[in-house]
Design a protein around this ligand. Structure first.
Ligand SMILES: N[C@@H](CCC(=O)N[C@@H](CS)C(=O)NCC(=O)O)C(=O)O
Length: 209
């Protein structure tokens, strides 16, 4: 059994979606970030930087932090969405998510949505970078069904929850035809619908705007 330490955020949703996709039994343990539970000594033992998500695999007592590493672990363990022959491509798009898509769109959330008016420089900088990410993903998905090629993989599972926050990006997802096609196709998967709302049964995947 897998225990998922998480919160209702894009990085947390990556893992609940993956666990639903591979059909594993899992237990959710909520870490209340607003109440600083991520800084508790017990949690830091399994998450050195005090971040969710983390999993503990109770089959072997192994704990894994960093969402990309967790997706690789679950992909290898289940034999799903992380095909050996496609790994060079999958790893590149997964690392692009971990190093660019997530951190940069995360900054756009901070400056544009949560703290507007505090830094014109920050707002402009990350708006521009977030738009560029939409453009580059759209370009990639014009020639490729999914990010790493013909198959849905952990690279898509890592990236999709970030695009699912598009209503607060104010970039206009619907104007990016290929990214919209990819977004809607993934949004329609049963496991994605379940994994998306695992922390809050009422939350609904946003449609195109
Ligand atoms: N690179 C990490 C980032 C995780 C991350 O930023 N988690 C945020 C929530 S989405 C968090 O735990 N923030 C709490 C804090 O920084 O105090 C991963 O992908 O797992």
């Amino acid at each position: 059994m897998i225990e998922l330490f998480t919160a209702d955020t894009p990085n947390g949703k990556k893992i609940s979606i993956m666990l639903e996709e591979i059909g594993y039994e899992y237990k959710l343990t909520k870490i209340d970030l607003g109440n600083n539970e991520q800084f508790k000594t017990e949690f830091i033992k399994i998450s050195p930087f005090s971040k969710i998500p983390v999993i503990t695999d109770h089959d072997n007592n192994e704990s894994i932090f960093e969402s990309g590493a967790i997706l690789m672990y679950l992909g290898e363990k289940s034999g799903k969405f992380y095909d050996k022959q496609d790994r060079l491509k999958i790893n590149q798009w997964l690392m692009a998510q971990m190093g660019t898509i997530g951190p940069m769109i995360g900054q756009h959330h901070q400056f544009h949505h949560y703290n507007p008016g505090k830094s014109e420089f920050g707002e402009e900088r990350y708006f521009k970078i977030a738009k560029r990410i939409y453009q580059e993903l759209d370009k990639r998905l014009k020639n490729s069904k999914f990010l790493a090629g013909e198959n849905y993989t952990i690279a898509d599972i890592a990236s999709w929850p970030w695009i699912a926050r598009h209503p607060i990006h104010d970039i206009g997802l619907k104007n990016y035809k290929n990214l919209s096609r990819w977004y809607l196709e993934i949004a329609d998967r049963d496991a994605v619908i379940k994994g998306y709302s695992s922390m809050d049964n009422d939350s609904k995947i946003p449609g195109l705007i």
